[in-house]
Design a protein around this ligand. Structure first.
Ligand SMILES: [Zn+2]
Length: 73
């Protein structure tokens, strides 16, 4: 089982609130008191990854447009 780490302070002293709804469980950090929901079914995609995907897609679109243009010339 994966260890739960507080996103606020990085503490592993997490209190399970026991509220389960759609696989989401409410967690409370014993150190800073931060409440957060850990969804193990759906991993969060970091913004950096999203940016990379966006850039790759834009490049792909740009290249395909360019090749069409090149073919017409
Ligand atoms: Zn904390």
């Amino acid at each position: 089982m994966e260890e739960i780490v507080c996103p606020e302070c990085g503490s592993t002293k997490i209190n399970l609130n026991g509220h389960i709804h759609n696989w989401k469980q409410n967690q409370v950090c014993k150190v800073c008191g931060k409440e957060f929901v850990l969804n193990t079914q759906n991993k969060i995609v970091p913004e950096e990854t999203k940016d990379t995907i966006r850039k790759m897609l834009l490049e792909l679109i740009w290249h395909s447009k360019f090749s069409i243009l090149h073919q017409q010339l």
